[in-house]
Design a protein around this ligand. Structure first.
Ligand code: PSU
Ligand code: MN
Length: 304
């Protein structure tokens, strides 16, 4: 049996049968600068509580897989430097060697499933990087969605990626991509893209019903809920396009590769937009936390 370390709040929620929403930690350690990362993590947790669910932020601390972090653990993780970024490939090795690491979407899905948590809210999933035809850089998040039964609420995939290729791969892998409340997919910092949504749902109850039906049919894997950033917080795609292009060119010049690509690009876009990208990122994560809480409540009502 694997030894999961539940925080007191999460342990209590499990006892009482309260709805739980998993949260990742890579967004804290690699996705946002300090101190906004710690502030945002706390605000996202508070948002989930305010909407009737209990947050479970996931990370590996000294080899132990934590489901829910205390405020002190969260703050320490957000201030630490050199924390490992753990995806499916890294999780077991980090735990076996007593390491500390932040979980990506893929690793958070694995941990959430082990803990019986069916919903996970984050910013944006990883996907197919631009130039993947040469680099082969495709996030393990996509294959995780195809095999681990967790519904992930995100504002689409990050716009630094090749979004059309990302949607194609998800379709190939049989992952339902459900746009929430609109007919086109969102593009992370922008509410709308030109890409038609493969599926659209307008209520948390329907999303929960689709989650349950996959299990009934014996289909492995989860769902991606593509939840658009609120319009008041979005950055129009045409404003971001040149910024993304510049960040990508710098990454290529500096030979940034593999796991370093996503954190580098997010950091540069933050600098180049003078923090505007970060404000939008925070707004969209809060929005995803609210929808995640609503889906968790619906799933809890139909739990078997
Ligand atoms: N979404 C954000 N910020 C992030 C990430 C997602 O708003 O930092 C992280 C997630 O943990 C995601 C990871 O799983 O980036 C993808 O990294 P890669 O492309 O190396 O798989
Ligand atoms: Mn990658």
């Amino acid at each position: 049996m694997i030894d999961l370390h539940y925080s007191p709040e999460v342990a209590l929620a499990r006892d009482k049968g309260r709805p739980l929403v998993a949260l990742e930690s890579t967004i804290i350690t690699h996705g946002m600068p300090y101190p906004q990362n710690v502030e945002t993590a706390a605000r996202v947790e508070a948002e989930i509580r305010a909407h009737g669910a209990v947050p479970a932020t996931i990370a590996v601390l000294d080899g132990a897989l934590h489901i829910g972090l205390t405020e002190a653990e969260l703050t320490a993780l957000g201030q630490a430097s050199g924390v490992a970024k753990l995806s499916r490939a890294d999780l077991a090795a980090c735990m076996a060697t007593g390491g500390t690491g932040a979980t990506t979407v893929a690793a958070t899905m694995i941990a959430a499933h082990l803990a019986g948590i069916e919903v996970f809210a984050t910013g944006g999933i990883g996907g197919v990087h631009r130039g993947a035809e040469d680099s082969f850089d495709i996030s393990a998040d996509l294959h995780e969605l195809a095999q681990t039964p967790v519904s992930v609420v995100a504002a689409g995939a990050k716009a630094i990626l090749d979004l059309p290729k990302t949607w194609e791969v998800l379709e190939t892998l049989g992952v339902p991509v459900i746009a929430f409340g609109q007919d086109v997919l969102p593009a992370f910092w922008s509410a709308r893209s030109a890409h038609p949504a493969p599926l659209r749902m307008d209520s948390a109850a329907r999303i929960a019903a689709a989650h349950r039906m996959r299990a009934t049919l014996g289909l492995p894997g989860g769902q991606l809920i593509a939840n658009p950033i609120p319009l008041a917080d979005e950055i129009p795609a045409e404003v971001l396009a040149p910024v993304i292009a510049q960040a990508l060119a710098e990454a290529a010049q500096q030979g940034i590769a593999a796991k370093a690509v996503t954190p580098f690009l997010l950091g540069r876009i933050f600098e180049l937009t003078e923090g505007r990208s970060l404000a939008a990122n925070i707004a969209l994560v809060l929005n995803n936390a609210r929808l995640g809480a609503a889906i968790a409540a619906e799933l809890q009502a139909t739990r078997r």
